[in-house]
Design a protein around this ligand. Structure first.
Ligand code: 13P
Ligand code: SF4
Length: 330
């Protein structure tokens, strides 16, 4: 396939749809290319298990951005979604950052277009802006400090109590942090399409069926779901919790990819994905995260495409709030 054909395909599909011979051993080839090109593979907990197992680092949004900031590799292959790869490029602009499928987006990031947010922010000239890392690079340029679900409380509390704040784009995480910190942050009206779909009724039924199970949830879930939870935390915090808890059974309200690590860490425990309002399979998958595959990862490493390219001024401006987050988080 020539360069022009690849470019057209990237524009149309977001990934290189090149046939791969069945004899190619994808895992072996990915590892070979990774070594040859001095690349590092960073995978989020929400991608398929085989893509977590092949990673040099698997983690939550905070851990992945710290890993991206520290890597000495020449190429960062981000097996996750677009805003994560963009964040890696912003904090490490001299590296080539590639993503197996450019169309791996995020409903939260999409919910806050930078132009609309700028108009919203202009109504609150005395407010500082904290943005959840699940947002576009353009939104990051309008932000004072970035946070993730793992460090949101710490970031919010780094501001004086009398400093008025705007929190974007996730209203559910923002509401939860308001309830913990006693702040009254102004919230942008965004949500994650996976975490807002859990069914309270079905969860209550499941809890009745499994009275020995603990219900745990990610703070991107809506308030009625969080009120049922014994423990609320980021993906890494949830993973840590199931290892420490004496319970043997858990109902887990976050994207089902995390169950791969939970089962690996606690093979003697049982993990039940929390049901969503419209799923028949009983689990919630992020269709964007699930756009990643071993085949796309292999082709992406082979061609070093699709690559994340950002304007220099966006990198410069968006870097500041991410650096502030990394400093406050250490
Ligand atoms: P964390 O990785 O910070 O737990 O966030 C979950 C998520 O929704 C990532 O898209
Ligand atoms: Fe975005 Fe939700 Fe998917 Fe995370 S799980 S990438 S927040 S849509």
């Amino acid at each position: 396939m020539n360069g022009e054909q690849i470019q057209n395909m990237l524009t149309e599909k977001g990934f290189i749809d090149e046939p791969v011979d069945a004899s190619v051993k994808l895992v072996e080839e990915i590892n070979r290319l990774k070594k040859e090109k001095n690349a590092v593979i960073l995978s989020h907990y929400y991608v398929d298990g085989e893509l977590q197992d092949i990673a040099d680092y698997v983690g939550d949004s905070l851990g992945l951005s710290q890993a991206a900031a520290e890597t000495t590799a020449d190429i960062i292959v981000f097996v996750g979604v677009h805003f994560m790869a963009e964040t890696a490029k912003i904090i490490n602009p001299s590296k080539k950052v590639i993503l197996p499928d450019l169309k791996a987006g995020c409903s939260l990031a999409d919910s806050a277009p930078a132009d609309k947010f700028a108009a919203f922010k202009a109504q609150y000239p005395n407010h500082k802006v904290i943005s959840y890392i699940n947002c576009t690079a353009d939104l990051k340029t309008l932000t004072d400090v970035i946070c993730t679900s793992a460090n949101a409380v710490k970031i919010v509390e780094s501001f004086p109590k009398d400093q008025p704040l705007i929190f974007a784009p996730d209203k559910n995480l923002g509401n939860y942090i308001n309830s913990i910190t006693g702040r009254e942050m102004i919230l942008w009206d965004g949500a994650c399409m996976v975490h807002e779909k859990y069914s309270v009724e079905k969860i209550v039924d499941l809890m009745d069926q499994h009275p020995d199970a603990e219900f745990i949830a990610h703070p991107e879930c809506e308030k009625p779901v969080l009120l049922l939870a014994k423990y609320i935390g980021s993906t890494t915090a949830l993973l840590g919790y199931v290892q420490k808890s004496a319970s043997k059974k858990f109902i887990v309200a976050t994207e089902s990819g995390i169950l791969h690590q939970m089962v690996k860490a606690c093979p003697d425990k049982i993990f039940i994905p929390a049901p969503s309002i419209d799923s028949t399979c009983g689990c919630n998958d992020c269709s964007y995260m699930k756009l990643n595959s071993l085949q796309k990862l292999y082709i992406c490493l082979k061609h070093e495409l699709p690559e994340i390219i950002l304007p220099e001024d966006v990198i410069q401006k968006a870097q500041l709030p991410i650096r502030r987050m990394l400093e406050i988080s250490t």
